[in-house]
Design a protein around this ligand. Structure first.
Ligand SMILES: [Zn+2]
Length: 165
């Protein structure tokens, strides 16, 4: 009976049985997912992807995604300024209201002050909410970018390994 070793499929991580008659660089298919591999007989038996074209395509798609995410992140960061402008406007509004108060009788003054408090309070709440939403969006984008870059590095590594055999 022919001896064999087992190696992991690069694609689905299933065990692939590699008979000893298969030499370095021979092609073998994964029984689970059908991915074609080349055999690397180093210190340990390894499999690398036989046809790197789908990996290159995936890498290209991945890089495009990273670019798109980074553009989204730049846009999200750029719009941070709006919140600050909003706060500036709220301050100007309050100062303007305070300036008006001197000319008003006391009941009107109280109503005005109440109106300012409510209006600016709501405004600040909304600005704060938008600021938080943006920060969350930025942190989510940063996570997605990190994941996509990691995926790119893994693909690059697989392509490099496939090229060596
Ligand atoms: Zn497989």
């Amino acid at each position: 009976m022919e001896h064999s070793q087992r190696a992991r499929c690069i694609h689905c991580r299933a065990d692939v049985v590699v008979p000893d008659s298969y030499a370095q660089g021979d092609h073998i298919k994964c029984g689970s997912c059908g991915t074609k591999h080349k055999i690397v007989r180093g210190e340990v038996l390894r499999l690398v992807i036989a046809d790197a074209t789908p990996l290159r395509d995936a890498l290209q798609a991945n890089r495009t995604m990273v670019e798109r995410l980074e553009a989204d992140a730049r846009k999200a960061r750029g719009s941070f300024g709006l919140g600050i402008n909003g706060l500036g406007l709220a301050l100007i509004y309050v100062l303007w209201q305070v300036g008006q108060k001197d000319r008003l009788v006391s009941v009107d003054l109280a109503l005005e002050a109440l109106g300012v408090a409510i209006a600016s309070g709501i405004f600040l709440e909304v600005a704060n909410y938008l600021f938080l939403a943006k920060r969350q969006k930025l942190s989510r984008l940063a996570d997605e970018i990190a994941d996509a870059k990691k995926e790119s590095r893994l693909l690059e590594q697989k392509i490099r390994e496939a090229g060596k055999v």
